[in-house]
Design a protein around this ligand. Structure first.
Ligand code: NAD
Length: 468
C-alpha cells in the first residue's frame, strides 16, 4: 500500500520508513504513514520557525483571507477526507460520523476565520494612553488524539494560524492518515513552512514528548488523556511553554424526577454514545431519580436497541467498531466487572473483532470501575439516586470536570442544579453540544485553558501592553 507522505516546508517527506495504520472494522491495513525521527521533527520545527517572521507580519486582513482560502480547501475535499477518516478511525460515513465531523471541521474553520482580536484601549486621558495588543507566540506544536482527528486538528491549527503563528502538528499514530492529507491540501494555499506535519509510531521515538520539551516550540496545544497531558505539562516547564490541555472527562448526566423518559431517550442515547462513546465530553455516567429510574432505563434501551452497528463504509451503519485494541480491552474489562456488580439491560458481551454493541448497565454505584473510570466506549452505567443533593454530590465526586448535563421539564430547576456541577460546560436536556462561538474547556483534572470563540483565540497570543 502507498504511504501518505507528510508535509514539511511545503514538500512531501518521508515515504522511506513507514508504519501501518489499521482499519478497525476489518483489521486490515488502511494505509501507511511516515515513521519519523528526531531529524524530521527538527526539520519541521525549523521550517515553522523560518516561516514565522513573514507570516506573523501579515496584516489581520491578510491572515483572514489566507484562513478563508484554507476553509474553502477543506470544504472542497470534505468527502475525500471523510472516506480516509472512516477507513482509519472506524466511525461511519453517515450519522454523527465522518461526514458530520467534516461538516463540523468546515464550520469551525469558517467561524475561526471570521474572528479577530483587535487591540484594546485601556486608558486614553491626560495621564497617558495604554493599549493592550495581542502578539502571536511563534511556533505552535499541536498534538491530537484518535477520536476526532480531523476536527480536533482544525480546532488547534486554525486559531494558531489566524493569530499569526506557524504550526507543527502531530496526529495520533492510530489515525494519522486524514491529518496528513488535510495538511497536504492546506499547504496548496499556504506559504511553505506555515503548517507542517510529523508522524511516528511512538515506539523508538516519541514525537509528542520531544515536541513538549523542544526549545523552539512556544506553545503546545494538546488533546488527549489526562496521564499524557500531565507529561506534556511537566516537559513544557523547562521552556515555559504556553499550554492548552484538553484532557479526559467522566461527564455525569442527572435526570430530575419531572423529566419525561420518552422525550429524553434519544438525547440521552446520543449524549452518551456519540462516536461510540469515544468522545471526551460524552455522558459517561447517568444518575436517574428513583421515581422514574425504570421508565428511563426502558425508554433508553428501546431507543438503543435499534441502532445499526457495522463497518463504517457501509452507508447503513450508524455506529462503527471501537477504534483500537487497547481501548477495546479496557472497555471489555470494565463491562465484565460491571456485569458482576449490576444488571445488564442491553449488550454487555464483546462482538467480533473490535465491535462492541451499545451496552447499558443499571444497578451500579460510585466506586464501581465503570462509573469511576473513563470508559471511552459504548457502555453507559446508570445509577439510581434519591435526592438532588445526593445526585450533585455523586456527579461531582470525580477528579474530572469536563462536561455535565441536567434533564428536566423545568428549565429553571435544571439550571439551578446545573450551576452546582463542577465542570466547564453544562447542558440542559442535551449533552456534549459544542459550538464554535462558545469557549470549551475542562476544570479540575480535565485540562487547562479553553478552545473556541475569542477566548480560545487569545490562547495563541501573548499580551503586550503599550504605555504611550
Ligand atoms: P493519548 O493521551 O494516549 O494520546 C494523545 C496524543 O498524545 C497522541 O497523539 C499520542 O501520540 C501523543 N503522546 C503520546 N505520548 C506522549 C508524550 N509523552 N508526550 C506528548 N504526547 C504524547 O490520548 P488518546 O487515547 O489518543 O485520546 C483519548 C483521550 O483523549 C481520552 O482521555 C479523551 O477524553 C481525551 N480527549 C479529550 C478531549 C477534550 O477536548 N478534552 C477531546 C478528545 C479526546
Amino acid at each position: 500500500m502507498t504511504v501518505q507522505t507528510a508535509t514539511i516546508h511545503g514538500k512531501p517527506i518521508g515515504d522511506e520508513h513507514s508504519f501501518s495504520v489499521l482499519n478497525p472494522a476489518t483489521g486490515t491495513e488502511a494505509g501507511r504513514a511516515p515513521n519519523m525521527g528526531p531529524a524530521e521533527l527538527d526539520a519541521a520545527i525549523a521550517a515553522a520557525k523560518a516561516a514565522f517572521p513573514a507570516w506573523s507580519a501579515r496584516s489581520d486582513q491578510e491572515l483572514q483571507a489566507a484562513c478563508a482560502a484554507v476553509t474553502a480547501q477543506i470544504e472542497a475535499h470534505a468527502e475525500e477526507l471523510a472516506h480516509i477518516l472512516t477507513l482509519e478511525q472506524g466511525k461511519p460515513l453517515n450519522g454523527l460520523g465522518s461526514r458530520w465531523e467534516l461538516g463540523g471541521t468546515v464550520a469551525w474553520a469558517g467561524y475561526t476565520t471570521g474572528l479577530s482580536l483587535s487591540p484594546k484601549i485601556l486608558q486614553d486621558n491626560s495621564d497617558g494612553r495604554v493599549e493592550l495588543h495581542r502578539k502571536p507566540l511563534g511556533v505552535v506544536g499541536s498534538i491530537t488524539p484518535w477520536n476526532f482527528p480531523v476536527m480536533i486538528a482544525i480546532w488547534h491549527v486554525m486559531p494558531a494560524l489566524r493569530t499569526g503563528n506557524t504550526v507543527v502538528i502531530k496526529p495520533s499514530p492510530l489515525t494519522p492518515l486524514a491529518t496528513l492529507r488535510l495538511v497536504e491540501i492546506m499547504n496548496e494555499v499556504l506559504p511553505p513552512g506555515v503548517l507542517n506535519v510529523v508522524t511516528g509510531d511512538d515506539r523508538a521515538f516519541n514525537i509528542g514528548a520531544a515536541m513538549s520539551a523542544h526549545p523552539d516550540i512556544r506553545k503546545i496545544v494538546f488533546t488527549g488523556s489526562c496521564a499524557t497531558g500531565q507529561k506534556v505539562m511537566r516537559a513544557a516547564a523547562e521552556t515555559m511553554k504556553r499550554l492548552t490541555l484538553e484532557l479526559g472527562g467522566n461527564d455525569a448526566g442527572i435526570v430530575l424526577s419531572d423529566a419525561d423518559p420518552q422525550a429524553i431517550a434519544e438525547g440521552l442515547f446520543w449524549g452518551a454514545f456519540i462516536n461510540n462513546g469515544q468522545t471526551c465530553a460524552a455522558m459517561k455516567r447517568l444518575y436517574v431519580h428513583e421515581s422514574i429510574h425504570d421508565d428511563v432505563c426502558e425508554a433508553l434501551v428501546a431507543y438503543a436497541r435499534n441502532i445499526p452497528v457495522g463497518n463504517g463504509m457501509d452507508e447503513g451503519s450508524v455506529l462503527g467498531p471501537v477504534q483500537n485494541r487497547m481501548q477495546f480491552e479496557k472497555l471489555s474489562r470494565l463491562v465484565k466487572d460491571a456485569r458482576e456488580r449490576g444488571r445488564v439491560l442491553l449488550g454487555g458481551e464483546p462482538g467480533e473483532g473490535l465491535f462492541f454493541p451499545p451496552t447499558i448497565v443499571a444497578g451500579l454505584r460510585n466506586g464501581d470501575p465503570l462509573v469511576d473510570e473513563e470508559q471511552f466506549g459504548p457502555a453507559l452505567p446508570i445509577i439510581k439516586y434519591r435526592t438532588v443533593d445526593e445526585a450533585v454530590d455523586l456527579a461531582n465526586d470525580s477528579a474530572n470536570g469536563l462536561g455535565g448535563s441536567v434533564w428536566s421539564s423545568d428549565t429553571a430547576a435544571a439550571k439551578a442544579v446545573a450551576s452546582r456541577m463542577q465542570c466547564g460546560s453544562v447542558w440542559i436536556n442535551k449533552h456534549g453540544a459544542i459550538q464554535p462561538n462558545a469557549p470549551f474547556g475542562g476544570v479540575k483534572a480535565s485540562g487547562l485553558g479553553v478552545e473556541f470563540a475569542e477566548e480560545g483565540l487569545q490562547e495563541y497570543t501573548d499580551i503586550q501592553v503599550v504605555f504611550a
